[in-house]
Design a protein around this ligand. Structure first.
Ligand code: MN
Length: 238
């Protein structure tokens, strides 16, 4: 819970509605969440990896992890902060001539930062297993764990261009969805909470796997942190 709360405050709070924060951060009320939002830092920061750069070898190599985290993810954090500054300036001057461009940048860099933050904690070198509740939900919504893995793997392998495979919780129907995201922000559904995400941009795998995205996706199952996915499910569904 501590980790998640800190993670939300440093990464997600300003983008999320108070009600979602109340659920996801385990706050007692929207009022408490409102206080948390007010206390959130003005700038987004790059969270450190929760393990060493080489911890996921041989499934993901050290050089890829270093470039991916320190250069690519850092770039989305910078882009998000820069976009928010430009939006401040637009409000100050009353000049919204660039609003379509800035709104697009907010969605792109904001989603990029949020998804990478989930992605790092979704992986671990340790052996982990899904909670009984998550297992039950996967069985209910995908028929079985194998059914889920088959759909998630196929969706991830078939993302057109750069994007993500995403397992998410949809709070209205209280169902799990497997979706694709193109870039970071396209093809999503409003109000879903990402539980397990897989980056299939070429920068995530090309140094080691070259054009063999399918092999990278298949090896992802060796390093999934099911404890983290189960915690995200419990908080989203709780
Ligand atoms: Mn990436």
């Amino acid at each position: 819970m501590e980790l998640n709360r800190r993670e939300l405050l440093s990464t997600a709070a300003p983008l999320a509605a108070a009600g979602w924060i109340a659920t996801a951060a385990g706050c007692a009320s929207a009022q408490e969440a409102g206080k948390a939002m007010a206390a959130a830092p003005a700038e987004y920061t790059l969270p450190p990896l929760p393990y060493a750069y080489d911890a996921l070898e041989p499934n993901i190599d050290k050089q890829t992890m270093t470039l991916h985290h320190d250069k690519h993810h850092a770039g989305y954090v910078r882009g998000l902060n820069a976009t928010l500054k430009k939006l401040d300036a637009a409000r100050s001057s009353g000049d919204f001539g660039n609003i379509k461009h800035l709104s697009r940048d907010l969605a792109f860099h904001g989603s990029g930062h949020l998804l990478h933050t989930v992605f790092w904690s979704n992986m671990t070198p340790k052996q982990t297993a899904p909670s009984a509740d998550l297992k039950k939900a996967l069985d209910r919504d995908f028929g079985s764990m194998d059914g889920f893995k088959a759909q998630f793997g196929a969706a991830s392998k078939k993302v057109e261009g750069s994007g993500w495979g995403i397992l998410s919780f949809e709070p209205l129907g209280r169902r799990l969805f497997v979706m694709q995201a193109e870039k970071h922000q396209n093809l999503t559904a409003w109000s879903v909470a990402p539980l397990l995400v897989l980056d299939v941009w070429e920068h995530a795998y090309y140094l080691k796997y070259q054009n063999k995205r399918a092999a990278y996706v298949d090896n992802f199952w060796n390093i999934v942190n099911w404890e983290d996915v189960s915690r995200r499910y419990a908080e989203a569904a709780g």
